[in-house]
Design a protein around this ligand. Structure first.
Ligand code: UT7
Length: 332
């Protein structure tokens, strides 16, 4: 068990993006849309789609290998693997169990966690508490999604938004007063209907009819999600700033869920943060659900943007509806 005065933080990160790039111009050939509309309304230029013979656990495994190397932690030293996803390879075994086998993490427990796009923050929160109470020393949190498999490529309202990818982080002990300073997770199930994959579960098992009616694809009321997202990201960020006893001026970087540049901009303005403090990469990858935050974090770290002792907020929102944020004093 780690002492209560010790910090808990991110020891290493990694990402995996499929090679296959789908541009807005490619989408123009599939539905009634334009590069101009997609760029101005969402900020997205291109996204990646996973090769047909691969699945979520393959991307998760590759991202995790890099994170383990980055952290200098061996597979045998991982006590728990959490894969956050809405597109597991299959209902069971969990993608986390598939990844455990791929990585040779023989000493790890493993489970999937479903909090849609907020999954990485929920995963960090679970990892933090498992380590804090002494049940684990090292936890691997991997957020991986293959949204191209559940996106209706005939629906222009959704097909321009989503992409595939994976991000991973190894969580463990860091010096006192470094690492995770505050966490906030929440949900409002009463709004769940605005972002839903209706069929394929126990309520509406797969039938010829559900396939014919395209009920295995994402259905979304975009405007409702938009309004919720701006409010949730600003409120949750403020909560962790307050919990950590900091001020908005103390925040060095905000790494938000990458769904729409207008959501990110509206949240940034609400928080009165300057543009240079916000990490944005959605132009390249689109919305990869829970993978967006760890991928953006990994890129900001490896580009040398985020440095020792920076105060970093990771903040997300998503299906459920869910939200969450995590404030870290960066240490590696
Ligand atoms: O991770 C969480 C998942 N989801 C989100 O974060 C999504 C949040 N919501 C959004 O990002 C935005 O609401 C959207 C990008 C989905 C939509 O943007 P909007 O500015 O809210 O557009 P809208 O839905 O109000 O539609 C405006 C117009 C409509 O045409 P009419 O009815 O005004 O003639 C749409 O039919 O734009 C049309 N439209 C399109 N036009 C060209 C919708 N999608 C497209 C498209 N290309 N791809």
């Amino acid at each position: 068990m780690i002492g209560n005065n010790k910090g808990i933080g991110i020891l290493g990160t990694g990402k995996y993006l499929p090679e296959n790039i789908v541009t807005n111009f490619d989408l123009e050939k599939m539905v009634d849309t334009s590069d101009e509309w997609i760029k101005t309304r969402t900020g997205i230029s291109e996204r990646r789609f996973l090769e047909k013979d691969k699945a979520t656990s393959d991307m998760a495994t590759e991202a995790a290998k890099i994170a383990l190397k980055d952290a200098g932690v061996s597979p045998e030293d991982i006590d728990l693997i959490i894969v956050t996803t809405v597109t597991p390879d299959m209902a069971f075994p969990s993608s986390a169990c598939l990844v455990q086998d791929n990585l040779g993490c023989h000493n790890a427990a493993a489970f999937d966690l479903e909090a849609a796009c907020t999954g990485f923050i929920y995963g960090l929160s679970m990892a933090y508490s498992q380590i804090r109470v002494g049940l684990c020393k090292h936890v691997l949190v991997i957020s991986a999604d293959t949204l191209s498999r559940i996106t209706d490529m005939t629906d222009r309202n959704t097909c321009v938004l989503f992409g595939d990818g994976a991000g991973a982080a190894v969580i463990g002990e860091v010096p006192a007063e470094k690492g995770i300073l505050a966490l906030d997770i929440g949900a409002d199930g009463s709004q769940g209907r605005v972002l839903i994959q209706p069929a394929g579960g126990s309520k509406m098992p797969s039938t010829e009819e559900t396939v014919k009616n395209r009920l295995h694809y994402i259905k979304m009321e975009g405007n409702e999600v938009f309004k919720f997202a701006v409010r949730a990201m600003a409120d949750s960020s403020r909560k962790v700033i307050e919990k950590a006893g900091l001020q908005i001026e103390d925040v060095d970087f905000l790494v938000p869920h990458q769904a729409n540049i207008r959501i990110i901009e509206s949240s940034r303005k609400k928080l009165k943060l300057s543009k240079d403090k916000v990490v944005v990469n959605l132009n390249k990858y689109g919305n990869m659900s829970s993978a967006t935050i760890p991928v953006a974090l990994d890129e900001a770290l490896k580009e040398g943007k985020i440095k020792e002792n920076d105060n970093v907020i990771l903040v997300g929102f998503g299906g459920g509806l869910t939200w969450g944020s995590c404030l870290l004093k960066w240490h590696k």
